[in-house]
Design a protein around this ligand. Structure first.
Ligand code: PBG
Length: 326
């Protein structure tokens, strides 16, 4: 037998020499939940993850930077009395997100701050767009997203990340940012975002689960992609690339590694993937039961994302991984 693949697995040194992918702390983005007030409170369905008041957020940002992480992504829990059917507060320049961006920048100036562009945290029915006549209206929503993105960029966000799946929003947001003088603000497009049941714990964290009202369904299938579709992802990324996206994101990530791989092959842009709340929660629940080795599964998971072709991975385990990958 001439070919013996096992020769390349002979010792730890040989294995290290031939290893194809080396996940690093610089590949990771840490999502952070922010709320009004001080301190923090844990999220039951996301073990190890909390909602942070601004003081706690600043401390966590410093902690992330000290651990070697380069980026955080902010998601706000908006008080119910500030929510309405049009998500009016999303573009408030004095709102929670602009203040959170400032707090992170003050605590860790070199950290890249990514903000979520979508109306759901501000929507009384938990939808990503403006409710109008029994539907989520695309073009009026895009106008609101532009205002939201400009408010975030003016507050100091380095990257705005539209996660709403409206048509045409990347080009419109690019024009709005440029018109406001924010030509250096990057756009990370959630170009390929599926209508997934794996967002459950995230919606618990923000109290943002979509609700049916006046003919609008209680799910996001009218704008997020059908989990059965892979080819359609290539159409979405082609459009967003043409409209000026700087990064393209696939979400969820772990159950869609085939899509990550196809997207990687079809673009020269950086590709991000999101290890979403439900995917993270499954692993944490099994580990808490003693059924899986948490740390080894986390490293294997991040390696799988990289092997599939993701340059960047959004993961709630970023701080743990920063330690494990060191
Ligand atoms: C909302 C948004 C969602 C997530 C990120 N941004 C939820 C949704 O679309 O309902 C989910 C992230 C996760 O589950 O970890 N625009």
């Amino acid at each position: 037998m001439r070919a013996r693949p096992r020769r390349n697995r002979l010792t730890p040194a040989v294995r290290a020499l031939v290893r194809e992918h080396r996940p690093a702390v610089t590949d990771l983005v840490l999502p952070l939940f922010v709320r009004e007030g001080s301190g923090n409170d844990p999220i039951a369905s996301l073990p190890g993850v909390a909602r942070h008041g601004l003081d706690s957020l600043a401390a966590q940002a410093r902690h992330a930077a000290d651990a070697g992480l380069r980026a955080v992504a902010l998601f706000p829990r908006i008080p119910d009395d500030l929510k309405d059917a049009r998500g009016t507060r999303a573009a408030d320049p004095d709102g929670l997100v602009p203040r959170a961006v400032a707090a992170v920048k003050a605590a860790a100036p070199d950290l890249v701050v990514i903000t979520d562009v979508a109306l759901d945290p501000y929507s009384s029915i938990g939808h990503d767009g403006v409710a109008d006549n029994g539907r989520i209206a695309n073009d009026p929503t895009v106008a609101r997203l532009c205002a939201q993105a400009v408010a975030q960029a003016r507050a100091g966000a380095d990257v705005v990340a539209p996660s709403d799946m409206m048509d045409g929003r990347i080009g419109a947001i690019r024009d709005a940012l440029d018109g406001a003088g924010c030509t250096d603000t990057l756009i990370c497009s959630y170009a390929v975002k599926y209508a997934s049941a794996f967002y459950g714990p995230f919606r618990d964290a923000l109290d943002s689960a979509p609700r049916a009202l006046d003919g609008i369904p209680g799910d996001k299938a009218g704008y997020q992609m059908d989990p059965a579709n892979g080819r359609e992802a290539l159409r979405e990324i082609a459009l967003d690339e043409g409209e000026g996206a700087d990064w393209l994101l696939v979400k969820p990530g772990l159950h869609y590694l085939d899509v990550v791989h196809r997207v990687r092959a079809a673009t020269t842009l950086p590709v991000a993937a999101y290890h979403v709340s439900g995917e993270y929660a499954m692993l944490m629940a099994a580990a808490a039961n003693g059924w899986l080795d948490r740390d080894r599964c986390l490293v294997e998971t991040i390696t799988a994302f990289r092997r599939a072709g993701a340059d960047l991975v959004f993961t709630y385990a970023a701080l743990d991984l920063a330690r494990l990958l060191r």
